[in-house]
Design a protein around this ligand. Structure first.
Ligand SMILES: [Zn+2]
Length: 81
């Protein structure tokens, strides 16, 4: 009978003082409230690991005021200009 290593139940707490953290603001209008949006990437059969064409949603955040997506949220989405 094997014995499993006992994991500690308590995770080390990360104390981050969010009052000192910067808000991400919209590049366009300066608004700092964002809503989740999805960019849908169409993956061609050639690029797809399954060999079949598919749609892959990529979550981004868009400005709740003007709809602009800040550049930092577009990194890795292939939408950078
Ligand atoms: Zn905006």
């Amino acid at each position: 009978m094997s014995t499993r290593p006992v994991k500690p139940l308590t995770k080390p707490k990360q104390t981050v003082d969010l009052s000192k953290a910067d808000n991400v603001k919209c590049d366009d209008c300066g608004n700092y409230l964002f809503i989740t949006s999805y960019v849908i990437k169409r993956v061609s059969a050639i690029l797809s690991p399954s060999g079949q064409e598919g749609l892959v949603p990529v979550q981004v955040y868009s400005c709740g005021n003007c709809g602009q997506v800040p550049k930092i949220f577009l990194e890795g989405s292939g939408l950078e200009e």
